[in-house]
Design a protein around this ligand. Structure first.
Ligand SMILES: Nc1ncnc2c1ncn2[C@@H]1O[C@H](COP(=O)(O)OP(=O)(O)O)[C@@H](O)[C@H]1O
Ligand SMILES: [Mg+2]
Length: 280
């Protein structure tokens, strides 16, 4: 990582001085972070340390109490809901911890769904076909999520996250529930996708295999985000040895409750009928 990257000059997405909490509890205090183009960032931290909250803020789904969220230097917190939703649909891909696939749609329809939501988006059926081949999903393309294995669900979720060719994919513990071989395959896929499409990944994870290979690694503790490493395994060693002491106990009290919005803020399948139709 260069000095320039550290300062986030070329950042696609940036948060600056963000504090957020629920009720009187402050979860993030004065957090700043820059997502650079075509980089894989790992964020570690204990359960409950605020990792999912941080992803919610990066995507504009959650509003912090203070600070700025900048997409190409434009403050997305100043945008109206519609503009923010469009930003998410076009530029952000999500991979949720529990996949969040739509149960009444087949694998293929789930993959194509984000592009169908965007009436202005190009016809992505060709891209869906490509991703299905690329991810070895041909045999299960017409199956419903309830009939798929964890690894298959996860691959469908990844294909869905990148169908609109977003600039950034936010992934919340994407290998959390997978066996070793499947997890390794998914990690390889992230790196391939990064290379092929130049997509950046922000991955919240406990998985040392992701942390080792990530371009940059941050650790969240006591509301503070610390840069552990700019590149791969050296950082992991430091991480393992350090025990991570970033001190700064929570003292400030959040001023108001962050609006609670569910991350799964997708339109219901029914609404889709009024939009572009997904064909098999
Ligand atoms: N909507 C909410 N209302 C109140 N507290 C919440 C809400 N969402 C998360 N929290 C709390 O904020 C803390 C951080 O949550 P989260 O960001 O999900 O942590 P992590 O993803 O690191 O496990 C947790 O203690 C959690 O209980
Ligand atoms: Mg979480």
């Amino acid at each position: 990582m260069t000095e320039k990257e550290n300062h986030g000059t070329n950042a696609i997405l940036k948060i600056e001085g963000v504090s957020a909490g629920f009720g009187k509890r402050e979860i993030l205090s004065d957090v700043s972070l820059s997502v650079m183009p075509a980089r894989i960032m790992a964020i570690t931290g204990k359960s409950g340390s605020g990792k999912s909250t941080l992803l919610g803020i990066l995507s504009g789904l959650l509003e912090p109490q203070s600070g700025r969220v900048l997409y190409n230097d434009d403050d997305i917190l100043k945008w109206f809901d519609f503009k923010r939703s469009r930003f998410r649909n076009r530029h952000i891909g999500f991979i949720f911890q529990f996949f969040n696939l739509l149960p009444d749609m087949t694998a293929y329809q789930n993959i194509l769904y984000p592009s169908a939501l965007n009436v202005f988006s190009k016809d992505r059926r060709g891209d869906a076909e490509y991703l299905i081949r690329q991810m070895g999903l041909e045999t299960i393309r017409n199956q419903y999520p309830s009939t798929l294995s964890g690894g298959e669900l996860q691959r469908v979720a990844i294909a869905r996250a990148i169908i609109n060719k977003p600039k950034i994919v936010l992934a919340d513990e994407p290998t959390g529930n997978l066996d070793e071989a499947t997890a390794n395959g998914i990690i390889d896929l992230f790196f391939e996708i990064k290379e092929r499409y130049g997509i950046s990944f922000v991955i919240v994870t406990h998985d040392h295999r992701i942390v080792e290979r990530a371009d940059v690694h941050y650790h969240l503790e006591d509301g503070r985000l610390s840069l552990i490493s700019g590149k791969g395994s050296a950082g992991l060693r430091r991480f393992a040895q350090s025990g991570i002491t970033t001190a700064a106990p929570k003292t400030k009290v959040a001023k108001k409750t962050a609006a609670k919005k569910t991350p799964a803020k997708k339109a219901s399948p029914k609404k889709n009928s009024a939009r572009k139709k997904i064909r098999k």
